[in-house]
Design a binder for this molecule. Sequence first.
Ligand SMILES: [Zn+2]
Length: 291
Amino acid sequence: MKRLIVIAVTLLVCVTLESAAQEAPPDGLTLRQGDVRIVKIGEGVNASGVQGAIDTGGAPSPVPMFSKRGALYGIVAVDLYQQPGVYHLTVYEEATKRALSTRALIVEKGEFQKSISPHWNTQVFGQVDLARIAREKKEMAEALATSAPLPLWQDGTIYPIQKTDHTGLITTPFGQIRMNPAQDWYRFHRGTDFQAPQGFSIRAIAAGKVAHLGRDYLLEGNITVIDHGLGIFSSYLHQSAFLVKVGDEVKKGDVIGRVGSTGNSNAPHLHLALRIGGAVVDPIQFIEALR
Ligand SMILES: [Zn+2]
């Protein structure tokens, strides 16, 4: 059976490689900074024993792969900070590390809303605060270092804030570029903000396991991180209350916390962030792609 799969993958790869050689990448992918795209890798291929990676010059970032109705798919994610350029998405055999297919991945600059205000970046952090931010960053990085080896999100996704007349609206989109005209400074908004009042229920966007609770972080406030497997993590910031603990298994739509305004926040709202294989990406694209 395994041999059959290998043959099937090899055949598919040969076809893919041949067509790639004939003309400029017909199966090349074009994505923008922060984009998430579900890409069909092939028919009749099983996800076990096969891995995908994007080479971006540094350490290759893994591509989560999953099977659905006999076909193999990859979740291709481009980091918000990825330099535009031509990269490669390679699918290889896990055991032998032999490349089965390679296709071009063209990364274009993202088109993001701009917010220009003299209020951005006016907060001054002292040594104590900077040390605290560094410590909290390290804790987060450690929590994100290991992920379940299987996809846990397979039954789809849901929005974290239920849509009503006064909740669930996106108040600040992913990627918004914040600039202070008086400074040589800008920063991307690294998640999506949802409108919701203090205490409103926050729902897990997909099934997973609670990987981390950050308590009263200086910037993120109370933050819950959920591992969805294969390096996919969702984070819920500025909460007023935690309703889960580390290690809890959650289902899609489970209430995991309450909306608040803890950390660096002016008013109650939910900031949802998503990482795939280390890449900071648009959570809405992920939710929509897997809904
Ligand atoms: Zn935000």
